[in-house]
Every structure is written in structure tokens, then in C-alpha cells.
Design a protein around this ligand. Structure first.
Ligand SMILES: [Zn+2]
Length: 347
């Protein structure tokens, strides 16, 4: 083979295969925890493998940030996510007097995002991203975690229930308007930063049959009409759509449905969203002929930090502390190790 060809092939292999793999190896997805954050291990039930895994707290937080927020987001948004994720787990860790994961005995948390928080391993992140993305993002995630190591959000000196969701659709809600408990730091907030948050508006269509089946309701009523035919009464039974098949019985300040009657049953906004797989309970509806249309705004439960809102704030030059204090009313950002010695002081 021509020497020039051999060199070009070798050069291509070097550029396409060797260099990226060296770069990826060089950019280790590890976190160097600060002194105060060391020594805390989390027991994580990994749903994907069905196994319990024990890992350093900061390593766990890194996997949550990787799973829960796009790494393309601004650094301060990723840092806010790291602190929210750390706060969420510290509040649950039995080492600090927390209750652990209610669904998996023996675990502090599980990786089911609907129950605790999503989490992925470094290997999984590597699988999900291209070489170049991995090179750019792995280090970015690790440094968001590292630079906030040991930091949590507190209210009156205790770690908060750091709930977060994808996008609020304009404003978040008071906790009691979506769930049943009023939590002082989970308040409805709305700011100008939300204007640049995507609305995630979605229009979903159901037939009357679909809704009856999915919700176990009756949206039609029997109508019996009597006619005279050849001097005799003849009854005709027909099923007709209800006049008002849907009625919103209560809504939150931000417009999330709290309670809704559909056909002959009443649902909470939360269960309607679960049953119909809607993005959010911030919705409007329209009944047209044999169809019902729901238009939802935002993504997620709408409590606590909006991740896209955090991204909008980060792009507007706000710090992770500004973001966290905005979404968690009346809170502080503190270092958990300094609170840790008195176990009962945390909860
Ligand atoms: Zn769990």
C-alpha cells in the first residue's frame, strides 16, 4: 500500500478513535468531595438492576444530576440541581435520622423518578452520549457537584423536602393545592424569568370511549323516549353523551386542576394526570362531538424548583443560590456536615 495512504488511514484512526477515547478517559466522571462531605454513604436501590448499591453521597448526587437535568443546561442550573438532589437524599438518609425509601426497605433512596429521584451510573451516561458530548458534559456535571459538595437547602436549620419538576408553565404552586400538605417553603412563585421557560404545551385527544375505559366512568346517559306507533306506546332507549361530561370543581392559584368531575366520578388532578398520562394538571379541556381534548401546560407536578425555570434564571446571570432561594421560599443554602452531628436536629 502507498505510504501516504497508510499514513492517512493511521491519522484517521488516531483522530476518530484514539483521541476521543483518551479524552473521555482523561475526563474522568468522578467527584472529589470536600472533607466535610466524605464518609457519607448512600444505600441506593437501583431499579434497573433490581439490586442495592452503596456509594459515596457525592457520587450518588452526580448520577442524579446526570439523569435528572440535561447537561446542556447552564452551570448554575446544574449546581442548583446538584444541591436539590443532595438535599432530597440527605433528608431521607437514615444516617441523618431520615426515613429511607418507603418503597424499598433498607434503601435510603431508589432510582425510580416517580418515587425518589432518577439516577444513572457513569457507564450509563457514557452509553447515552456520543464521545464528544461525554467529553463536554461529564466534567461539567462532575464540577457542578464538586463545587457545591456538602451544600443543602435548609428551612429553620433543617434540610427541606426539595421537590422539583421539569417546567412549571409560568408559575409553581402551593404544595397544599397539588398534594394535601401545606409546606411553608413550597409556595407558588412566579417571576419574569419564567417567560423564557418553554411552555411544553401539549394537546391530547381522547374519544368518549377512551375516557370511559381509562377512567372507569360513564359519560353517556340512557334516554328513554316513548312514541306512539299504530296507536301503541313504543319505547326507544338511546345512549347520549352527558350535557356536561367534565366539570372542574377546584383549581389552584396557578391554574392546576385540584378536583374534577368526569362523568359520574370525581378525581383529584394528581390522579387524573396519572390515569391519562398527561404532562401536567395545568390544563384546559374542550368537548367536541365524540371527542374530548385536553391542553396541558408545563411538565411535572409544579411544586418546588422548575428545572427549565432554573435554566432560564441561570441564563439570566443568576447564581445557584438565587435559583434555590427563589423556588424554595424562605430557605438558606447551608453545609449539611455542620448540621449532621445531632441526628435528631435534622428532622
Ligand atoms: Zn424510592
Amino acid at each position: 500500500m502507498d505510504r501516504a495512504v497508510v499514513f492517512s488511514v493511521a491519522f484517521c484512526i488516531l483522530v476518530v478513535v484514539v483521541v476521543p477515547s483518551v479524552l473521555v478517559r482523561g475526563c474522568d466522571f468522578t467527584v472529589q468531595p470536600r472533607e466535610e462531605a466524605q464518609g457519607s454513604n448512600v444505600r441506593v436501590f437501583v431499579v434497573a438492576t433490581g439490586k442495592m448499591s452503596e456509594m459515596p453521597l457525592e457520587e450518588y448526587v452526580r448520577g442524579v444530576v446526570a439523569a435528572e437535568m440535561p447537561a446542556s443546561f447552564g452551570t448554575e442550573a446544574l449546581k442548583a440541581q446538584a444541591v436539590a438532589a443532595r438535599t432530597f437524599v440527605v433528608r431521607r438518609m437514615r444516617q441523618f435520622g431520615g426515613p429511607g425509601c418507603a418503597a424499598h426497605p433498607g434503601a435510603d433512596v431508589c432510582t425510580d423518578h416517580l418515587h425518589c429521584q432518577a439516577w444513572i451510573s457513569g457507564d450509563e451516561l457514557r452509553r447515552r452520549l456520543s464521545y464528544l458530548e461525554y467529553y463536554a458534559y461529564a466534567r461539567k456535571i462532575a464540577s457542578a457537584v464538586e463545587s457545591t459538595a456538602g451544600k443543602i437547602v435548609t428551612y429553620q436549620g433543617k434540610p427541606i423536602e426539595a421537590y422539583y419538576h421539569s417546567a412549571s408553565g409560568g408559575s409553581t404552586d402551593n404544595s397544599e393545592d397539588v398534594w394535601s400538605t401545606a409546606v411553608p417553603y413550597l409556595r407558588a412563585v412566579s417571576t419574569r424569568f419564567e417567560a423564557s421557560e418553554p411552555s411544553f404545551q401539549q394537546r391530547v385527544e381522547f374519544t368518549i370511549d377512551d375516557l370511559e375505559r381509562k377512567l372507569g366512568v360513564k359519560l353517556r346517559q340512557r334516554k328513554v323516549s316513548t312514541y306512539k306507533v299504530a296507536g301503541k306506546d313504543v319505547q326507544v332507549v338511546a345512549e347520549e353523551k352527558m350535557d356536561r361530561p367534565i366539570e372542574v370543581l377546584g383549581a389552584s392559584q396557578a391554574g392546576r386542576v385540584k378536583e374534577v368531575r368526569i362523568g359520574d366520578k370525581v378525581f383529584s388532578g394528581y390522579s387524573l394526570r396519572e390515569l391519562l398520562g398527561l404532562r401536567s394538571t395545568k390544563l384546559t379541556y374542550q368537548v367536541a362531538g365524540d371527542k374530548v381534548y385536553f391542553v396541558t401546560t408545563g411538565y411535572g407536578h409544579g411544586i418546588g424548583m422548575s428545572q427549565y425555570g432554573a435554566e432560564a434564571m441561570a441564563r439570566a446571570g443568576k447564581t445557584y443560590v438565587d435559583i434555590l432561594k427563589h423556588y424554595y421560599t424562605g430557605t438558606e443554602v447551608a453545609t449539611y456536615a455542620r448540621l449532621a452531628p445531632a441526628r435528631s436536629a435534622l428532622h
